[in-house]
Design a protein around this ligand. Structure first.
Ligand code: PEP
Ligand code: MG
Length: 663
C-alpha cells in the first residue's frame, strides 16, 4: 500500500476503485491504446467532413467558400497529416495529437508574418477544438460501477460526462477549494482531495483508493482489512446522513432553504429531501461537452423537468454562465489571458444573442409549467440587466408569433461582482430578487483567483469586506422589498449560517447534500434568536423598532461596535417607526432629532437612528415627544424617513444602547 498526503477541498470519506482520466491539453478525455486512438481520430475526421459537407450544401456562395477552406485545412497534410504522424510515432492521445498539429501549424503561420495570420490561427484552433469535441464524444463509456474519479486536472464538464450518480469521491493533482470542480463535488456530497503531485504515475486505472478528508490522506491499494474497515465506515456515514435528513425534515425555518443543482434530473426528489425550492440551477452544464448548442426543445425539456419535479416550488434557473473554466469548445470563444475577467456569464449571453434568445424562449415556455424564475450571472452594470430584460420581451414576442404558451418569469440578479454590490440600490429597482454568489464575489473582491492552487489562506469568504458587502446588498434589497438569497458555497458553511441569518439573508441555497444539515442548523439558530429577542423584553425593554436585530460587533460604525457607547444592538427597521422602549420619561432629544433617550426604573436607553445622521441637521426625522415627557412602553415617539436618509448616503440602522446611569 502507498499513502500520500493531499489537501481537502470537500470533506467526506470515500473508498472504491479509481476511474482515471488521462489528458494533457484537453480536459475531457480518457485514453485507450494507440490503435484505439487512431481509429477515434479517423472517425472524428469522417464525422467532421460529413458535417462540413452538409453545411456547405445549405450555405450561400460566400459561406460555401469559407467552409471549403475549412475542409481543405482539415484534410491537409499540415494539419491532419501532422496529427496522424505524431499518433504513429509517439505514445500520445488523439486530442493531444490534434492539439500538437494545431500548435505546429499556428507556429508556421506566425512565422510567415502576414496580417491575416491571427485570424487564420483562430480557425485552426477552432477546428482542433471541434475535432476534439467529436473525439471525446467517441470516448469510451463512463464507468458502470460507482468509482473514485481521478485525473491530474479535471474540468467541470468532465464530471458531468462521467455521470454524477456514480462518483464516490474525486482526486486531482491541481485544484482548489473554490474551483467549480470543488463546487460540484460539494453538490454531490462527495469528498474532493487535491494536490497529489505526479498523480498519473502514482495511481492507475482500477486501483483501490481510500480518500480520508480528515488528514487529507489517499491510500492506494490498501490491504484487505483496511478495505473492509473503510467500506463499513462509508456505509455508516451514509446511514448518519440519512438520519440527519429525517431529523431535518421535521424542522421548520423562516429562512428558506433551497438547493443548487447542475442537471435537471438532480431536481428529482428534492422537495421530499427538504428543499423549499431550487435557488440555483446552473444551466450552463447543458451547453458543455458537446459539439453544438442544445436546441430550444432540449432546453425546454430540461427546464420543465426541473420545474415539474419541484411541484410548484420556486425554481431559479440561471442563464448560461459560460466562460472562464466552463468552456463550451463548440463556441470557439477566443483564448484569453485572464478568462475570469473576460467573456463569461451575462457577457457571453449579450455577445451571442441568437443563442441567448433560444435559451430565453425555452425558459419562458417552461415558466408556464411551474414557478420558474430567471437569474442573470456576473452582472456589473445596470445596462446589462436592461438589455437582458429587453431580450426577454423580444423572446416573448417571438413565442407570441409562434402561438406558444409561455409566462414571463420574475427575473433576478446574481450579486457576484463588487460593482453589483455598489449599484445594488439601482439594480434592486429593476430586479425581483438578488442572489449573492459568494464564490465569485470573494474572488473579485479579494482579487484572488478561485481556480488557482496555493492561495488558500488568501481566500476568506467571511472577510470583513465581504460581510459588509452582504450587508449592503441585503439593505439595498430590503429597502425595495425584494428578497436576498446566498447561493455561493458560504451558504452551506456551518460557520457562516448564523452570520448570514443575522445579516438578514432570506434564503440559503446549498448543495443537495447539505440541505438537511443547513435546515436543522438554521432552525436552531432562529430559535436562539427568538429567545434573545424575548430576553430583551423580559428585561423590561421593548425593542424600539420592528425589524432584524444586528449584533453589536456587526454594526458598521466603530463608535458603536467598539463599545464606546456601552452595550448596544442594531435594528434594521422595517418602517422607520420608533417606539418608547420603557415606561418612564424622555431624558434627552437631540437638537438634530436623530436620537432620543429614555429613563425609567434605574436605567437609561438611548435610541439613535442612523449612523452619522447628526449631519442631516434634523432632515428626515419627526419627533413626537419633548424632554421631560412621560412615555409608555410601546408608544410611537418618532418617525424616520429611511428613503431620505439612504438617498443622502446614510445608513438608517437604529442603534439601541443601554447608557451608564450618572445619577
Ligand atoms: C458563485 O459565484 O458564488 C456562484 C454561486 O456561482 P458559480 O460558483 O457557479 O460561479
Ligand atoms: Mg459565480
Amino acid at each position: 500500500m502507498k499513502r500520500y498526503e493531499c489537501k481537502t477541498a470537500q470533506s467526506g470519506f470515500a473508498a472504491g476503485r479509481v476511474y482515471l482520466i488521462r489528458h494533457k491539453d484537453t480536459g475531457e478525455y480518457r485514453r485507450t491504446d494507440r490503435e484505439g486512438e487512431r481509429s477515434r481520430l479517423e472517425k472524428a475526421v469522417e464525422e467532421m467532413n460529413r458535417k462540413l459537407e452538409a453545411e456547405k450544401e445549405q450555405a450561400g456562395p460566400s459561406d460555401a467558400g469559407l467552409i471549403e477552406a475549412e475542409l481543405l485545412l482539415l484534410n491537409g497534410e499540415e494539419f491532419l497529416g501532422e496529427a496522424e504522424r505524431s499518433l504513429r510515432e509517439e505514445n500520445i492521445s488523439a486530442p493531444e495529437a490534434v492539439n500538437r498539429a494545431a500548435d505546429k501549424l499556428c507556429g508556421m503561420l506566425r512565422e510567415s508574418g502576414a496580417e491575416y495570420i491571427l485570424e487564420r490561427c483562430e480557425d485552426v484552433r477552432g477546428l482542433a477544438a471541434g475535432l476534439n469535441g467529436l473525439i471525446m464524444e467517441n470516448a469510451p463509456a463512463a464507468p458502470k460501477e460507482p468509482c473514485i474519479l481521478a485525473g491530474s486536472q479535471l474540468s467541470p464538464g468532465e464530471l458531468m460526462m462521467i455521470g454524477t450518480d456514480r462518483i464516490l469521491g474525486i482526486l486531482t493533482e491541481t485544484g482548489s477549494v473554490t474551483s467549480h470542480v470543488s463546487v460540484l463535488a460539494g453538490n454531490l456530497g462527495v469528498p474532493y482531495l487535491y494536490g497529489l503531485e505526479g498523480l498519473d504515475d502514482k495511481v492507475r486505472d482500477g486501483d483501490y483508493l481510500i480518500l480520508d478528508w480528515r488528514d487529507g490522506s489517499v491510500s492506494v491499494n490498501p490491504p484487505e482489512e483496511l478495505i473492509s474497515e473503510a467500506e463499513e465506515r462509508q456505509a455508516a456515514e451514509r446511514r448518519a446522513r440519512e438520519e440527519e435528513r429525517r431529523r431535518a425534515a421535521a424542522a421548520t425555518t423562516r429562512t428558506a432553504i433551497f438547493a443548487n443543482i447542475s442537471r435537471a434530473e438532480e431536481a428529482d426528489g428534492l422537495p421530499e429531501a427538504g428543499a423549499d425550492g431550487i435557488g440555483l440551477f446552473r444551466s450552463e452544464f447543458l451547453f458543455l461537452d458537446r459539439t453544438e448548442a442544445p436546441s430550444e426543445e432540449e432546453q425546454f425539456e430540461a427546464y420543465s423537468h426541473a420545474a415539474r419535479a419541484m411541484k410548484g416550488a420556486v425554481t431559479v434557473i440561471r442563464t448560461m454562465d459560460i466562460g472562464s473554466d466552463k468552456q463550451a469548445a463548440w463556441m470557439k470563444l477566443p483564448k484569453e489571458i485572464n478568462p475570469a475577467l473576460g467573456q463569461r456569464g451575462v457577457r457571453v449571453s449579450l455577445e451571442h444573442r441568437g443563442l441567448f434568445r433560444t435559451q430565453l424562449r425555452a425558459l419562458l415556455r417552461a415558466a408556464a409549467l411551474g414557478s420558474v424564475r430567471i437569474m442573470v450571472p456576473m452582472v456589473a452594470s445596470v445596462w446589462e440587466l436592461d438589455e437582458v430584460l429587453e431580450e426577454i420581451r423580444t423572446a416573448a414576442k417571438e413565442l407570441d408569433e409562434r402561438g406558444e404558451e409561455y409566462r414571463i418569469p420574475e427575473t433576478g440578479v446574481m450579486i457576484e461582482t463588487p460593482a453589483a454590490v455598489m449599484i445594488a440600490p439601482a439594480l434592486a429597482g429593476k430586479a425581483r430578487f438578488f442572489s449573492i454568489g459568494t464564490n465569485d464575489l470573494t474572488q473579485y473582491t479579494l482579487a484572488v483567483d478561485r481556480e488557482a492552487q496555493g492561495l488558500e489562506r488568501y481566500i476568506d469568504p467571511m472577510h470583513d469586506a465581504l460581510i459588509q458587502m452582504i450587508k449592503m446588498t441585503v439593505d439595498a434589497a430590503h429597502s425595495k422589498g425584494i428578497p436576498v438569497a446566498v447561493c455561493g458555497e458560504l451558504a452551506g458553511n456551518p460557520q457562516a449560517v448564523e452570520r448570514l441569518i443575522r445579516l438578514g439573508v432570506d434564503e440559503l441555497s446549498v448543495s443537495p447534500a447539505k440541505l438537511s444539515g443547513v435546515r436543522s442548523l438554521a432552525a436552531d439558530i432562529e430559535n436562539r434568536l427568538d429567545s434573545e429577542k424575548k430576553q430583551i423584553k423580559a428585561e423590561g425593554v421593548h425593542a424600539p423598532a420592528e425589524g432584524e436585530l444586528i449584533p453589536m460587533e456587526e454594526i458598521p460604525d466603530p463608535v458603536f461596535s467598539g463599545g464606546v457607547m456601552g452595550e448596544c444592538v442594531g435594528i434594521l427597521s422595517k418602517d422607520g417607526k420608533i417606539y418608547a422602549p420603557l415606561n418612564g420619561r424622555v431624558a434627552m432629544v437631540a437638537a438634530t432629532k436623530h436620537a432620543v433617550s429614555f429613563q425609567g426604573d434605574g436605567e437609561e436607553i438611548l435610541v439613535h437612528v442612523g449612523l452619522d445622521t447628526m449631519k442631516l441637521g434634523g432632515d428626515g426625522f419627526r419627533v413626537y415627544v419633548r424632554e421631560g415627557d412621560i412615555v409608555e412602553q410601546g408608544q410611537l415617539v418618532m418617525e424616520a424617513d429611511q428613503d431620505l436618509i439612504r438617498a443622502r448616503g446614510f445608513n438608517p440602522m437604529v442603534i439601541v444602547a443601554r447608557l451608564e446611569q450618572n445619577t
